[in-house]
Design a protein around this ligand. Structure first.
Ligand SMILES: Cc1ncc(COP(=O)(O)O)c(C=O)c1O
Length: 404
């Protein structure tokens, strides 16, 4: 049989999906599963999207321009100007991509060569590792810790990992998987490092509509004066509008050469999805109340989750400031084993919980072994039931392990 590539072999499986076969088996046994493993929001996608798609009056499903429809780029920029007061973001500064995923991928391939290094605070969004591997780019993780809620490390810590091959820093704000929302002071620190060492600063802001602490006003990378040639923004409609399946995102930067290079990659894949671009254009007209309601709902879920988790013996869970995830430390040695066991060997009143073992969110081998990532994408009532189920699971797992 012909052999697959070394790159393909080295590509990590998604830590979010790798337990799926065990979940399938549990479902076949009639067990109900609370999915806390994946950031698939359950909120309805705005009706504007569906209405626009139903009313499409076209006879041929054509490609769009590689950088997306001009009308969508205009709408995107106008939305950022009105909602986030990012007045310097113009339609010509952005390019429409097939989700934030493609925006990340094209950006990495445009600014980093094989063997170049990118610094990413860890735990980190697992796909950053896969994207880097595709381009033979080296991830240099910089540790953040559960003890201080995963705050950004000091400049010294960054400087320790900067080498002559370092080309970029990538942050996710607010963060998946930690839920940490970066303050303006922390971003200033990053600006200092980026300018001093002439590094690109990529900010993945796909969760920017999900912040819960008004005392930490949101700062976008594009707002920081003096970073125009270094800053690259990654955005997506997946989470903002609960429209993950639309596969629409964008990358924005004032650095013309970067955008021109990204466009060459975009030309290779011809165009982002046509129908979904038309739907997304209409979605940007959604009323402000939509965001208020969604934010209120997620804040309620976060509070319910954290309160329930913090009551369990041996469980540590910092309060996440944004996104809809948190990293939780459990009183077990190996969460890969515990999460699998929850699906294969346990149920509480016919129900169990699926979580993502946190080891897959660390680039450093062996880290995060006693942590899980939880996505609070269920309503508060179901979250309470899920956490009760997890608490019972922890007790039963302890007994099962003692008997081994
Ligand atoms: C941090 C982060 N960035 C980017 C993405 C990519 O999202 P999409 O490709 O759906 O826009 C995700 C999806 O979960 C994410 O969590």
């Amino acid at each position: 049989m012909p052999e697959i590539s070394n790159k393909g072999r080295a590509m990590p499986a998604s830590p979010i999906r790798k337990l799926a076969p065990f979940a399938e088996q549990a479902k076949k046994r009639g067990i109900h599963i609370y999915h806390l493993n994946i950031g698939q929001p359950d909120v309805e996608t705005p009706h504007q999207f569906w209405d626009a798609i139903k009313n499409i009056d076209r006879k041929v499903l054509e490609y769009s321009p590689s950088n997306g429809f001009e009308d969508l780029r205009k709408k995107y920029a106008a939305f950022f100007q009105t909602r986030y007061h990012l007045n310097n973001l113009l339609p010509e500064d952005l390019l429409i991509t097939t989700g934030g995923s493609e925006a990340l991928f094209f950006t990495m391939l445009s600014i980093l060569d094989a063997e170049d290094e990118i610094i990413i605070p860890e735990p980190l969004y697992a796909n950053y590792i896969g994207f880097s591997k595709s381009g033979d780019i080296r991830v240099r993780p910089i540790p953040t810790s559960i003890e201080n809620g995963f705050a950004l490390p000091s400049i010294d810590e960054f400087e320790k990992v900067i080498t002559k091959n370092t080309k970029a820093i990538l942050i996710c704000n607010p963060n998946n998987p930690t839920g940490y929302a970066y303050s303006a002071t922390e971003l200033d620190r990053l600006k200092e490092i980026a300018l001093k060492h002439d590094l690109f600063l990529i900010s993945d802001e796909v969760y920017r509509d999900f912040t819960y602490d008004p005392s930490i006003p949101y700062t976008s990378i594009l707002e920081i004066a003096g970073l125009e040639q270094h800053a690259i923004l990654i955005d997506s409609v997946s989470k903002r509008f609960s429209a993950c399946g639309a596969r629409i995102g964008m990358v924005a930067t004032k650095n013309k050469l970067v955008l021109e290079t990204i466009l060459k990659y975009a030309q290779q894949r011809l165009s982002p999805p046509t129908v979904e671009q038309l739907g997304t254009m209409a979605m940007f007209d959604v009323e402000e109340d939509y965001f208020k309601e969604v934010n209120k709902e997620y804040k309620k879920r976060r509070d319910t989750l954290v309160e329930a988790l913090q009551k369990i013996d041996g469980v540590t869970c910092p309060v996440p400031g944004g996104a809809f995830y948190c990293i939780v430390q459990l009183p077990v040695e190996d969460t890969d084993d515990f999460c699998r066991w929850m699906l294969s060997d346990f149920n509480y009143q016919g129900e169990t919980v699926m979580m993502a073992p946190a080891s897959g969110f660390y680039a450093t081998e062996g880290k995060g072994k006693n942590q899980v990532r939880i996505a609070y994408v269920l309503n508060s009532k179901n979250l309470q039931k899920a956490i009760k189920c997890m608490e019972e699971g922890l007790k039963a797992y302890k007994i099962a392990n003692a008997e081994k």
